[in-house]
Every structure is written in C-alpha cells, then in structure tokens.
Write a protein that binds this ligand. Structure first.
Ligand code: BES
Ligand code: MN
Ligand code: MN
Length: 454
C-alpha cells in the first residue's frame, strides 16, 4: 500500500461525506429551473479545488459555467488536463427511483444518486486523488489543469469556443477523462473510441387543426402516417441506413481491431437480459459489440402525434414530430450528416404535408491510437489498483469535447473510466460501485506517479 492509498483510506469517511454533498445538488443542465443549482455545483467544485490547493475559478458562458482548477507548481514537468462534467441528466420518472435521486444512499456496496457515475462520482475521485498528493507530499509530480463543464449532457454547446479562446491557458501534453465504464466488474478498461452525434427534430404539419377522421380521413394526408413513412425510409431490411451517402466517410476498422473486439469475453445473452428486450437486433453482418462501437446509427428518440389519451378519439392529427439522433463513427462529421439528412427527408416527404428538419445538437466521433508513455502509465496504475491488466474497449456513447481537445489542443486523450455496465446512467436508480469509486481514486493517484516516472 502506498502513502497515497493510506491517505485515501484514512479519509474515506470524509471523502464520502463530501461526495454525497456534491451528489445532493440537482445540477440538471437541461432544465432552466435548475440553473441556480447548476451554478451552485460549479461554486461547490471551485471551493473544493481551492481547498486542496488549486487556483480555482469560474468562467461564465452563455449557458452554464465552466470550472477551472490549476496547479502549476512543477516547472519543467508536463502539464495534464483533467476533464469532467458536473451536470447531470434529468431524474424523471421519479416514481421509479427506490431512493430519491438527490438523496445519495449506499445499498449493497452501491452509491445510488443521479450523477453518481455520470459524471460527478468519476470527476470527484480525481479531485480526491489530487488532494492525496498535495496533502501527503505537498506537491504533484506534474502540472495539472482541471476543467469541469456544466453542459455535457445538453451537448457541450459552449465548450468548444471556450477551449479555442483559452487554448494557450489549456495547453497540455495530455487530456485525462473518467466518464466511461469498465468492460466488466474487476476488469479495468481504456476506451479507444467514442461515437459522435447528429441530433434532429423532424416536424410534419398538415391541416391547421385536428380534423374529424370520418369527415376528412382518406381525403387529407395524415401527418402521422407521413412521418412514419419518413422514419421507415431510414433503414433497409438488413438494418443498413438507407440515407444516400450516409456511409461515404466511414473509415473501416482494421482487421486487428475487429479481432481484438472478438477476443473480449462478451455474453450476448447477459447483455440481452440486461436490456429486458425480447431479442437483440441491428445491422446485418456485425456482432453486438461491433454494432455499438464501430457502426453508425439512426435512432428515433421520441415521437409525438395525435390523440394519446384514454380511450378512442377519431381524429386526423394536424401535426407529428419525431426526435431522431444519428450516432456517428470516424470520419463522419455532424455537418455533413445534417446535409444528407435534410436532402433525404426532402426527397421522401409525401406530398400534402410540410416537413421541416431542425438540428438540435452535434458532436464529432473520435478514435485513438493507444500507445506511448501516457497509456503505459495508465496500464500500470490500473493494474496496480485492480490487480488485472486493462483491456482496450470501444464506446457507443459520445463526449462531444473529446474530438475538440484532439483537434484544438493537439493532445492525446486518455479515457479511463470507473463505471460498470448496468449502472443506469441517464435512467432511474443510477449508481456507482463504491469499490470502484475508491479503487478509481487510488488508480488515478498512482497514475500521476507512473506518468512522472516515465
Ligand atoms: N458519459 C457519457 C458518455 C458515455 C456514455 C460514455 C456511455 C461511456 C458510456 C456522457 O455523459 C453522455 O451521456 N453523453 C451524451 C452526449 C450527448 C448529450 C451530446 C450521449 O452520449 O448521449
Ligand atoms: Mn458523462
Ligand atoms: Mn451522460
């Protein structure tokens, strides 16, 4: 056990109390009624960084504020940027939570709360690893910048600009992020790819008001049916996306990368049971992991039209709306996918209705080559904390700023997350494994030593 591990163990109780304080603030970025809570969380984090010896500041944006912590006491040593997000997803539906989302509770070794794993718990374990160094040794072996944003869950609208405008101040030789999951319990993991995102709202309008479906039905084009036809045109019968040009910029994965995925011990049955779906399904010719990690998608996220209340109401709806998001893989770009989506919808839209496509948000996909001292240091510290060599995994989710870091700062990004499959991120009863929270802090603490030893 290292001096840092010992410190973290000794202060375990207080560290958990602090984590619980952080989890209690409902920093829901999507809801304007929580703007003050989001701001309070930023201030809480700033104070928590200041307390451990960082220069900490809050940077307002036109949305939610960015928190910056800086410790530059190791002249000549490299500078590393830690990124995380302190905002969380809405907690609804509240009635499905076994304990209230903003009253953190430990049950069976799991810390339940909205944001426990995504991403407050994973961000905070970094702060505590930094604290261990500064408290035990009075210094860190490298210079560290902590950048925490409050808008990740709503698409990181203002962060790209902040990174661009502060590129000098944020200059670093690597970015480190814990906002992802391990492949399985006890199996530390390094993420080598993220999908990007292109998010749309499709609005279909027909008659000015809902019509009697007997008096008008059959003679007026039904917006719900028109929308259904548009949605049905997104895929062919093999699950390939049928939007012309959609795959043109997809860079194929190497045989060795596909082989590495195949070698991972993945149980489709367990995965299926976790989803509760009666069967798995997707694009023909690809395994489940390949579908999630290496292939783009086009998914309906929400649908709205007509009468959905109790009983029957014979009505021809005046409008229909769908939220549709495409997950992107390298080298697809959200701007190009938007252009293709608009052209496709315009082409297939039935006559007799008006169709508009709104762009709601976007993010670039990302893929990394995982070699060099940064990744060697991560491998060693993960192995020390978990007793097992980490595996390289892909990831189906998106962290919009990762591509921007790579592009603007020109730095490699290391994604080592401490979440677990099934932790209910974005869903009721989100949790983080307490063991992973504790081991994660120890792994990260030793990571700074490993990095400096290179
Ligand atoms: N932490 C997730 C990204 C993620 C998801 C990593 C699953 C690993 C596994 C992040 O907070 C997230 O939810 N991102 C959103 C981005 C969107 C709102 C722009 C996503 O992927 O939907
Ligand atoms: Mn996250
Ligand atoms: Mn999230």
């Amino acid at each position: 056990m290292t001096d840092l591990d010992q410190y973290l163990d000794q202060h375990d109780r207080r560290i958990h109390d602090e984590l619980f304080d952080l989890l209690r603030i409902p920093s829901v970025s999507a809801r304007s009624e929580h703007a003050a809570d989001v701001r309070r969380t930023a201030e809480w984090l700033r104070d928590s960084l200041a307390k451990i010896g960082f220069d900490a500041s809050i940077h307002p944006t036109s949305g939610h504020p960015i928190v910056l912590g800086e410790w530059r006491g190791a002249p000549g040593a490299p500078t590393i940027l830690i990124y995380g997000h302190y905002d969380v997803q809405p907690a609804e539906p509240l009635e499905l939570w076994e304990s209230p989302p903003f009253e953190p509770t430990i049950r069976n070794g799991r810390i339940y709360a909205r944001g426990a794993t995504d991403d407050k718990g994973q961000l905070f374990l970094h702060v505590k690893a930094l604290e261990a160094h500064l408290a035990v040794r009075g210094k860190l072996p490298v210079n560290v910048i902590v950048l925490a944003e409050g808008e990740e869950e709503v698409g990181s609208e203002n962060l790209e600009r902040f990174v661009e405008e502060n590129a000098k101040r944020l200059a670093a030789s690597a970015v480190v992020i814990s906002d992802s999951s391990m492949f399985a319990p006890g199996q530390p993991s390094i993420v080598s790819s993220l999908r990007g995102l292109a998010y749309f709202q499709i609005n279909v309008t027909g008659p000015t008001v809902d019509l009697h479906s007997g008096s008008y039905g059959g003679a007026v084009v039904n917006p719900a049916t028109a929308l259904a036809r548009i949605i049905a045109s997104f895929h062919d019968e093999n699950g390939h996306i049928a939007i012309p040009g959609f795959y043109d910029t997809v860079r194929d994965w190497s045989d060795s990368a596909r082989e590495a995925i195949r070698r991972l011990p993945f149980d489709e049955g367990v995965f299926q049971r976790q989803t509760g779906a009666p069967a798995l399904g997707g694009e023909k010719g690809y395994s489940t992991l390949e579908r999630i990690w290496t292939r783009p998608t086009c998914e309906v996220n929400g649908l709205l039209s007509g009468y959905t209340g109790e009983g029957a109401k014979t009505v021809l709806p005046s409008k229909a709306m769908a939220k549709v998001s495409c997950r992107l893989v390298p080298d697809q770009q959200p701007e190009e996918i938007e252009r293709l989506m608009r052209a496709h919808v315009t082409r297939v839209a039935p006559k007799g209705v008006t169709v508009t496509v709104e762009n709601l948000s976007g993010g670039r996909p990302w893929r990394a080559e995982l070699d060099g001292p940064l990744f060697d240091a991560a491998r060693r510290s993960l192995k020390a904390a978990f007793g097992r060599e980490p595996v390289i995994v892909g990831e189906g989710g998106s962290i919009p700023v990762v591509g921007d870091f790579q592009r603007i700062l020109g730095t490699p990004v290391l994604l080592m997350g401490f979440g677990l499959p099934g932790e209910n991120a974005h869903a009721p009863n989100e949790w983080i494994s307490d063991e992973n929270f504790v081991k994660g802090a120890k792994a990260v603490a030793s990571f700074w030593d490993e990095l400096a030893a290179n």
